[in-house]
Design a protein around this ligand. Sequence first.
Ligand code: UFG
Length: 330
Amino acid sequence: MSVLVLGGAGYIGSHMVATLLAAKRDVVVVDNLLTGHRSSVPEGVPFYEVDIRDKAALTEVFEKEHIDQVVHFAASSIVPESVEQPLKYFNNNVYGMINLLEVMLDFDVKQIVFSSTAATYGVAKENPIKETTPQNPINPYGESKLQMEHIMKWADQAYGLKWVALRYFNVAGAKTDGSIGEDHPTETHLVPIILQTALGKREKIMMFGDDYNTPDGFNVRDYVHVMDLADAHVLALDYLAKGNDSNQFNLGSANGFSVKQMVEAAREATGKEIPAEIGPRRAGDPDSLVASSAKAREVLGWEPKYDDVKEIIRTAWNWLQKHPNGYEDR
Ligand code: UFG
């Protein structure tokens, strides 16, 4: 089975490529390198610097390479940015997806696993969130991913294109050997910001809002390790290869941690002081997002290996200590 990984030079994509290679799958990577890093893709893996919105260039990749299945990570994914620039999100995420599906159908490639998100649920009516919990996004990022899910549904009905949407909760951590990790051009995510503070690269971490409807007033999120997430994608590819129907799964740990608890866990994991201050709320943040991953465990047989948030933080800390300035090709 040959797998095309779109966004394979990005944070989650690069961990997916490593996992696929370890599972002895053939891999082809496409990435526009706007946020990804060429050096995160191992030597010998066919790599194309292509934007998925560029139909001619994407078509060439499908002409040159034999592709059986697609894993799609190539999307914009920063919640606050999406509130300020919604059209960027609909263009890259929704239009990009339509373009990709058209090219896949041209080449009769009909299996795709793609990144959806907890952000499609908005302020969820129940916690932990199940796949059947109503989806009412409160930011353009979540809205764009929900539209992508809907497009998939109709594409399946019309063309028999089979898909799995994996709704990630908060992804963190790095490959245990510290060879690849999280490095965004402008960092907005909690765990890397906390750890950059631990390393002395930032003076302090600002905790956005202490008046949420949660036990300690800080936002609660469900943190899942990036390698566990990659394992779930391989299981989803196998699920489709067996001829199963399109489906969607939450990927989280069922354990919520508040921003404050994360700072405290990072202090323990790193042994560093990590100065923290309370700041105003950030736009687009729901109070609490915690997953029920029972369905992924039952249907896909997913067994996440990291159930301790401190362990997750330790792997990210290992990467950062080895690469204090991230990848060298920035
Ligand atoms: N936060 C802070 N200070 C910071 C950065 C973040 O307090 O400097 C808080 C946020 O307000 C939020 C939590 O930490 O409550 C997590 O924020 P992130 O920016 O790390 O992650 P988000 O929850 O906004 O979004 C992430 C992914 C999305 C995904 C979502 C699903 O980036 O793609 O998780 O829960 F949709």
